[in-house]
Structures are given as structure tokens and as C-alpha cells.
Ligand binder design. Structure first.
Ligand code: DHB
Ligand code: FE
Length: 286
């Protein structure tokens, strides 16, 4: 497949290394002590699963060495965050949110940046003068599970541009392009003007891309908007919203699409692009 990505030559190594550094700085490393019992249990199960695969599939030394070389390369390319968020995070998210009654969650992915500029709703996300794409008015309301509006809610929103690139991870984009922290209106409503993102191809020129190619898979995620919605005394939800009809809605490489998270934007009455409504429901704090 020809790679048409070109924000000004984004590379897997660059976005991977940035994602790795951001994770190191995120305060999540060593944030919780994992007990010896859990490490023993989980590490033993993972090692056993790999050994079972080797024995059942009669893995050869050539295959073992290919794996060794590939694992080394994942680290060199800084692609552990990408690898884990594409192939593993969806299960962790499923476990984390299995008891929620409000809006469904989805994976965070490797490209979240905290502390994006605060822009009170109604607002337009930071974007270039000539930001390409279809304008999208994204609006809705944040409520509790009883349907009462949460006037102190805020929405962190970030997404790729019309070429599938994320600011701060691909070169040539303004620092906070298509990223903001949006406090909702007094009645819990929000109105956010943005540009509809494009389907996203995970970097193809690094270790993850090499695996995808060697396995004959594709590298696509459907177009998506990332969100973290929170309010005092409520559980924060990290989620993503998708677009109906997207070519990759049924075969997301990151397995992160859920039916309730698919939007169906309609043409705006003033013909200025599209608009769509999505209401968030937050569970009470535990
Ligand atoms: C990856 C990228 C994303 O934008 C996302 O939402 C999930 C995973 C990745 O490249 O790993
Ligand atoms: Fe993403």
C-alpha cells in the first residue's frame, strides 16, 4: 500500500518517541504499587500463554529470532505506547468500565496531552486559518445518570486533522491544534466547532508497521474524536466517538469501536458543514 501521509514527513520514530516521553512524564509510571501476588500471577500467565503458543504452533528458531529482533525494534522506535494502546488497551478499558451505567468508554490511545487551553463553551477548537476538512459542530449535554445537567462538567477534546495527524506528535502543526479543555454552559450544554477528523493510519514506517505488513493486516483506525468528560463528584469517562459509514468502523485495528459511540452527522441548515449531537452521562463517584 502506498503511504500518502505527509504533514511534512511525520515518522513513526518521531511520534513513537514523543508518545514514550509523554507517558514517562505523565505521572503514571510507578503511581501505584502492584503487589507481588499480582505480578506473580499476571507475569506467570503471560509467559505461559507465550510458551503454550510456542509448543502448540511448533515455533522455530527463525521465528523466535524474528520476534526477538522485532521486540528490540519496538523499543528503539519508542513504539511501546503505540503497540500497547492498539492491541491491548481495549481489554483494560473494558474491565475498568464494566460497571458503568452512563456513557460507554473507549481507549485513550497514545496521543492525549493534559492541560490543553481552556475555552468556555460555545467555542471553536484551535485550528489553522486554512484548516482543511469538513466543519463539524459537535454539541450536546452532560448529565448525571438521573438526567440532571452537570453545569460544572468539562470536556477535554483532542483529535487528528483531515490528514490523520495529531498536534504535538506530527511535525508542522500548531501546538494545540484541535485540542482544548471546554467547560460546559450553565445548563450542561456544549457547542464545539471543529473539523471532522479523517481515518487514522497508525505509523507504518516503524516496528508496529513492520508487524502489520508481515502479518498482512491493515493499519487503519476509523476517524474518531477523543474525549475525557468529567465533573466534580462524578467518574471521569475517557472515550472516543466515531462516524457512521466509515470504511474502518467494523475493522478498527485497535478494536475500540462500540455501537453507542457512532455519530451520524447531518448537513447544517446554513450549509456550513455538518452538525451532530451527543449527550454524555456521568456515573457518580465511587
Ligand atoms: C493509536 C493511535 C490513536 O490515535 C488511537 O486513538 C489509538 C492508538 C496508536 O497509534 O497506537
Ligand atoms: Fe486517536
Amino acid at each position: 500500500m502506498t503511504d500518502t501521509r505527509d504533514e511534512t514527513t511525520a515518522t513513526a520514530a518521531a511520534s513513537g518517541q514523543t508518545a514514550t516521553e509523554r507517558f514517562r512524564e505523565s505521572g503514571r509510571v510507578g503511581a501505584a504499587e502492584i503487589s507481588t501476588e499480582r505480578v506473580n500471577l499476571l507475569a506467570s500467565r503471560v509467559i505461559k500463554a507465550v510458551n503454550d503458543t510456542v509448543l502448540e504452533e511448533k515455533v522455530t528458531y527463525d521465528e523466535y529470532n524474528a520476534l526477538k529482533a522485532w521486540l528490540i525494534r519496538v523499543g528503539e522506535d519508542g513504539e511501546w505506547p503505540l503497540f500497547l494502546d492498539v492491541w491491548i488497551e481495549h481489554s483494560v478499558e473494558q474491565v475498568a468500565n464494566e460497571n458503568r451505567h452512563g456513557s460507554q468508554g473507549s481507549i485513550e490511545g497514545p496521543y492525549y496531552v493534559p492541560d490543553a487551553p481552556v475555552q468556555q463553551s460555545p467555542t471553536k477548537l484551535p485550528m489553522r486559518e486554512d484548516e482543511p476538512g469538513t466543519p463539524l459542530l459537535f454539541r450536546g449535554r452532560v448529565t448525571n445518570v438521573a438526567g440532571d445537567p452537570l453545569p460544572d462538567a468539562k470536556i477535554e477534546i483532542w483529535h487528528a486533522d483531515d490528514l490523520g495527524f495529531y498536534s504535538q506528535f506530527a511535525p508542522g502543526l500548531p501546538e494545540w491544534n484541535l485540542r482544548a479543555t471546554v467547560p460546559v454552559e450553565p445548563d450542561g450544554q456544549f457547542h464545539i466547532d471543529t473539523m471532522q477528523p479523517a481515518p487514522y493510519q497508525i505509523p507504518t514506517d516503524g516496528a508496529c508497521g513492520a508487524l502489520i505488513k508481515a502479518a498482512g493486516w491493515h493499519a487503519w483506525r476509523p476517524a474518531h474524536i477523543h474525549l475525557k468528560v468529567s465533573a466534580p463528584e462524578h467518574q471521569l469517562i475517557t472515550t472516543q466517538l466515531y462516524f457512521t459509514g466509515d470504511a474502518h468502523i467494523s475493522d478498527d485495528i485497535a478494536s475500540a469501536v462500540k455501537e453507542s459511540l457512532i455519530l451520524d452527522p447531518q448537513p447544517r441548515s446554513d450549509d456550513q458543514g455538518k452538525e451532530v449531537t451527543y449527550d454524555f452521562v456521568l456515573d457518580p463517584a465511587e
